[in-house]
Design a protein around this ligand. Structure first.
Ligand SMILES: C[S@@+](CC[C@H](N)C(=O)[O-])C[C@H]1O[C@@H](n2cnc3c(N)ncnc32)[C@H](O)[C@@H]1O
Length: 381
């Protein structure tokens, strides 16, 4: 594993463990939920911290599912804490795992700045359908998705940098894609032009599908310019245990989400406005909009991450169902490696074959070794 990757993995998990509010609230929720002898599924177990809390709460077995290399941190810590018999580590994406028994509790901390956005509802819907016992529990139980109109002049640079005149060039063709993205930003409490409202309140045991759609109404409390919508979550992890990343809350794991408005709105105090946000494609595409007054319609969803990148027609064509793909040069090289993984050819032989057969692609043996290591990590055992 490359050192930049290992330090990034370690510091990512370190930063989450250092966020004591986050960790304490999850521990409390686990203590209130997990009973002696329970079987638990921890989706995105990372360093293993939540799995270990489940063991301390009395779980007889915890399936700790982690798609990334952080599973090795969990393995080390499970052994060091005497949990290796009870924590079953599965280095796999949750939607691919099959378990030998149904679980009593699913726990996951895959929260993004707006609660949804890192797949939490996708993972919990899937686990609830396939892996959770009838009458089982999910942590978090509910995500209140909070929104407010915000005045954030400093965020305009996200769009205004793409100016008609910059460095002797016209960069404005990128304005619209830039405006059709959702950003992670720190939104101070005094940026709010109206009190925050709940856009939607999905409950993990009940939602039929992972997409969310909702609207909220506001009356501005002061004169100002709406530069966008601020968003965050207020999660009920378990009854009586909440975790939020709202503007006044001290958590180091999340800032807030910012949905910019392509055209800022200058409003006087006392103006009514409505915000709408909708996700589609299992949380892949986000659309939003703000309308002034009481009325709201689908046309209010005027911005969307669907328009958030300037894809070329060739690239878009690759998404079409009638596209007939053929192997690229890189595909040919990968096919050669895949076909050579027969369980008896040593990796060093594959390295030299790669440099011999594809000298135009691999400058030297080190180059081939790096390529091979990455590919084998994903496909070989
Ligand atoms: C925010 S971290 C939380 C880690 C740990 N549970 C904690 O609370 O400190 C989320 C982790 O989940 C993993 N992850 C996200 N979605 C996953 C999924 N569907 N299946 C397996 N791992 C997933 C990521 O690789 C990452 O390590």
């Amino acid at each position: 594993m490359e050192f930049k990757q290992s330090s990034a993995t370690i510091s990512y998990h370190q930063s989450m463990l250092a966020d004591s509010l986050r960790v304490r609230r999850y521990r409390e929720a686990i203590q209130r939920t997990v009973r002696e002898g329970d079987v638990v599924l921890d989706i995105g177990s990372g360093s293993g911290i939540l799995s270990f809390f489940c063991c301390q709460a009395g779980a007889s077995r915890v399936y700790a599912v982690e798609g990334g290399t952080a599973i090795e941190i969990a393995r080390l810590l499970a052994r060091a804490n005497g949990f290796e018999e009870r924590v079953v580590l599965l280095n796999e994406a949750s939607w691919r795992v099959e378990l030998p028994e149904p679980v009593d509790v699913v726990v996951t901390e895959t929260l993004w700045n707006f609660g949804i956005g890192e797949g939490l509802l996708r993972w919990t819907c899937d686990a609830r359908e396939r892996l959770l016992k009838e009458g089982g529990t999910i942590i978090p139980a509910e995500l209140a998705l909070m929104v407010a109109p915000v005045e954030l002049p400093q965020a305009r640079s996200l769009i205004d940098t793409w100016a008609p005149e910059a460095y002797g060039l016209d960069l404005s063709a990128m304005r619209s894609p830039a405006a059709n993205n959702v950003y992670r930003l720190s939104i101070p409490a005094d940026a709010l032009l109206a009190g925050a409202e709940t856009l939607a309140r999905p409950r993990t045991l009940e939602v039929a599908e992972p997409d969310v759609s909702g609207q909220a109404s506001f009356v501005t409390t002061r004169d100002g310019v709406v530069h966008g919508l601020g968003g965050w979550f207020d999660a009920e992890l378990a009854p009586g245990v909440r975790l939020s990343n709202g503007p006044r809350i001290e958590t180091t794991s999340w800032s807030q989400a910012f949905f910019p408005l392509e055209q800022p709105l200058e409003l006087a105090a006392g103006t009514k406005l409505r915000a709408r946000i909708r996700t589609t494609g299992a949380d892949q595409v986000w659309s939003w909009g703000v309308s002034v007054g009481d009325e709201s319609s689908d046309s209010a969803l005027s911005q969307s991450t669907f328009f958030g990148f300037p894809f070329s027609p060739e690239r878009l064509g690759r998404q079409a169902p009638d596209w007939s793909p053929r192997l690229s040069r890189m595909g040919e090289i990968q096919r050669f490696v895949l076909e050579s993984c027969d369980g008896s050819t040593p990796a060093e032989e594959l390295e030299s074959e790669l440099t011999r057969r594809f000298p135009d692609t691999f400058a030297d043996r080190d180059d081939a070794a790096t390529f091979l290591a990455d590919l084998l990590e994903a496909v070989a055992e």
